[in-house]
Ligand binder design. Structure first.
Ligand code: FMN
Length: 201
């Protein structure tokens, strides 16, 4: 499957085959692809919780206002942002580069994120957004389907996954085999309403 086909065929699936299981190797490969997503200063501030245990998936469905996808899907991935990533030994984000580069990045991260909770939150959202699309397109290439989800009770889900205080949940993605094809698309807005050349007006 080429990239265009993956983009066109990825859809938010509502009914997953509850009997389909992913292998440990498939889950590992999917996560190895996810961590190749871009992040500002390569800070890799995403943290992924992968859940394939049925009992926990069912708890997550309950927290997701009884939506069936977490329980029926093969794998639930909770995408979290680590808002302390900027100060968590940041030189290792450029470990393949000389010391000067590592120090430059560590200082830049400090300038941007210390004392600025909005920046920390925004960066968590941006990084996890990129990772989410990587996961969904990679799943498609692996012959799997997905559903991105934010319809859940935040505090309940945080409790299930033991969310640390300095992390936030950005969204979850369910991966599995579709049991039913998706309905037709809701309808894309006309491109003229969305794309502007050079400036808004
Ligand atoms: C951030 C986000 C949250 C979403 N939450 C849910 C959800 O809780 N339940 C659900 O069934 N679909 C959810 N969706 C799927 C959207 O409804 C779906 O992506 C949209 O209707 C476009 O359809 P498509 O993905 O099939 O193109 C979510 C999508 C995004 C991006």
């Amino acid at each position: 499957m080429n990239t265009f086909d993956a983009i066109i065929n990825r859809r938010a699936i509502k009914k997953f085959d509850p009997n389909h299981k992913m292998t440990t190797d498939e889950i590992k490969f999917l996560m190895e692809l996810a961590i190749l997503s871009p992040s500002s200063y390569n800070q890799q501030n995403w943290r992924f919780i992968t859940i394939s245990e049925q009992k926990i998936k069912e708890e997550i469905s309950k927290a997701a206002r009884n939506q069936a996808q977490p329980s029926d899907g093969s794998l639930v991935i909770i995408l979290c942002g680590n808002t302390s990533a900027w100060m968590d030994n940041p030189k290792r984000y450029w470990k393949n580069y000389p010391k000067e580069k590592q120090e430059y990045v560590a200082n830049a991260l400090k300038r941007k994120y210390s004392d600025n909770s909005q920046n920390k939150r925004d960066e968590a959202m941006r990084s996890c957004g990129f990772a989410a699309q990587t996961i969904m397109l990679a799943a498609k290439q692996m012959g799997l389907d997905s559903c991105p989800m934010s319809g859940f009770e935040y505090d309940e889900l945080a409790k299930i996954i033991h969310l640390p205080n300095d992390h936030l949940i950005v969204m979850m993605i369910v991966v599995g085999k579709a049991l039913e094809p998706p309905g037709q698309r809701g309808g894309q807005l006309p491109i003229e309403e969305i794309v502007f050349e050079n400036r808004f007006s």
